[in-house]
Write a protein that binds this ligand. Sequence first.
Ligand code: 2AM
Length: 502
Amino acid sequence: MPKLKPKSDIGLIGLAVMGQNLALNIADHGFQISVYNRTTETMDSFVAENPNTPGGVLGCKQIKNFVQSLKRPRKIIILVKAGGPTDAVIDTLIPLLDKNDIIIDGGNAKWTDTIRREKDLKAKKLRFVGSGVSGGEEGARFGPALMPGGDPAAYKHLQPIWDAIAAKVDAKTGRPLEGAEPGAPVKGGVPCAAYIGPNGAGHYVKMIHNGIEYGDMQMICEAYDLMQNVLGLTAPEIGKVFARWNKGQLDSFLIEITADILQQSDPITGKPFVEVVLDTAGQKGTGKWTSVNALDMGVPAPTVAEAVFARFLSAVKTERVAAGKILKGPSKRFSGNKTAFIRAIHDALYCSKICSYAQGFQLMREAQNEYNWELNFGQIAQIWRGGCIIRAVFLQKITDAFKRKPKLANLLLDPYFNKTIQKAQSNWRKVVSTATEQGVAIPTFSSALSYYDGYRTARLPQNLLQAQRDYFGAHTYERVDKPRGKFFHIDWPEKDRPQLKV
Ligand code: 2AM
């Protein structure tokens, strides 16, 4: 066992899977870490199983000893369940800490909770960093994407550790860098970690990441569904299409794992694995939070919302099975060129993805106004290039777009994205119309297309809607021939108005 220093560089509370992996990642980078867990046996076995890390792991049975084992200002990562448990741990820590000590919440906290906690702790002269940690177990262990928010001075103390443990990407191409062998530390490169902004900014950006992830996953499912139900391809054949797509514009972690999954056979039946998986999806809430926040702020983000609704619809399996026996769709067969249609699905997926990300960035832009943050959108896209679930070559295009124009109003307006959609939109429209004709549900592909068409339309039909509102509720309307902000009302003729019959 290597000799431990009298004081650790950092501490971590909560040794579930994410906590253990993050602690090992930190210790692997030469930092000594103290660990504490409510259930002591978990901590004991974790320490016993990891006796030889470069930095060293110090197990603590008592939270008081844990706190005392840390260098000051103390840095304590909490990785327990989001919500009540996080508050409970913070409350336990408060009386044990000294002025300027730093608590770091690495869980999937709701950003409004992070804002509240930061404020409460500041009043007690303690500092709080809410950091998004993305990339699941593998990311936590070998290089996550990190989205820290909170007191910038506090983050300065955490930064050397966060930079060291984060995934790394190539400075020029933005491509994720690998270690000499799987899991080995990466030398050089830009860390996928950067200070996001005050109070809840880090957790907010992590939430948007997750919302975008919901959209990406649903879009991939729609592409699979079309190849399966319109073209009649088998799962392994579709897997090969995804493997090919992973070498081009769509090169990303999610496309790569989809190719693997579709080519995997079930160890029990020998059938393609996806065929034995029940078609009901769960969710933990971050996609829902993103969508509710879009509604609260009045930002159109329909594609993520459709992805969340698609999961809800998938969950009512019994109802769907019964409805399928009653509600009939069209009985059309595909008669076109299969190869050309596969290419069209690719384009539909790419265009929909652009719209979904455009919506995610619109949300962040509105949130920064709401909360007085100054977000660096190009840098956020760069952080997502490595370590996290939505890592993709495509994100470099977003970084480039915001480098060209930091105040870009909407990603769709960037020349690269504009040109890409111009080139691909006839294919995108073909896919949406074919799916509609054939009765295949494509909620994200079609909502993204409607978003695109709505966003580029100078005059939408809401003139009629506003007139309706003025008619039934005297809500007033603005005129095209008068300055904005002047409101008018017409005295609708009583005799023509429909009367409510009671
Ligand atoms: P446990 O091992 O004692 O259950 C994920 O659930 C992690 O959060 C686990 O490490 C778990 O500890 C910890 N955890 C959950 N609720 C907690 C609470 N109220 N106080 C402290 N730790 C908690």
